[in-house]
Design a protein around this ligand. Structure first.
Ligand code: 4NP
Length: 159
């Protein structure tokens, strides 16, 4: 089982969106039983909370239901559980490096490192912006999800 953790600040906008979008890509590729996906926030502001209503409605417009997700905080134990720990922006990548155990084997990096169509390197925080920000978050995440899936498939196909 390959395990992927997406991480943002609050775990109510970007990383839960990445979780549901990437899960859909896995379903389409018939890899849902091979790749496990979760999301978390580097801060505890929204632990136990459902995704932001604006994130839910942007995802619903693309046919994805994210209402069952609940916020949780990333911990150092995640580094022993996940193969990929992918941050939405540099601030959260730094937050993760601060709690990363020295012997971690996880691939830790920026999610948009797997993007192809977009040249942006960070998924911008949509929390204080308008609804258009959530659509752009989805576009970036869809793009990077395709690249990440390719990378994981390459590893699965390797002898
Ligand atoms: P997220 O967005 O990191 O994409 O979940 C945010 C959610 C909440 C806050 C900031 C960003 N906040 O300041 O409460």
């Amino acid at each position: 089982m390959v395990k992927v953790l997406f991480v943002c600040l609050g775990n109510i906008c970007r990383s839960p969106t990445a979780e549901v979008v990437f899960k859909r890509k896995l379903e389409e590729a018939k890899l849902s039983n091979t790749v496990h996906v979760e999301s978390a926030g580097t801060h505890a502001y929204h632990v136990g909370a459902p995704p932001d209503r604006r994130a839910q409605s942007a995802a619903a417009q693309r046919g994805i239901d994210m209402s069952a997700l609940r916020g949780r905080q990333a911990t150092r134990h995640d580094f022993g559980k996940f193969d990929y720990i992918l941050a939405m922006d540099r601030e959260n990548l730094e937050n993760l490096k601060d709690i990363c155990p020295r012997d971690s084997q996880a691939t830790l990096g920026l999610f948009l490192g797997y993007a192809n169509a977009f040249t942006e390197t960070e998924v911008p925080d949509p929390y204080y912006g308008g609804p258009g920000g959530f659509d752009h978050v989805l576009d970036l995440i869809e793009d990077a999800s395709i690249g990440l899936l390719k990378d994981i498939k390459k590893g699965l196909d390797a002898p």
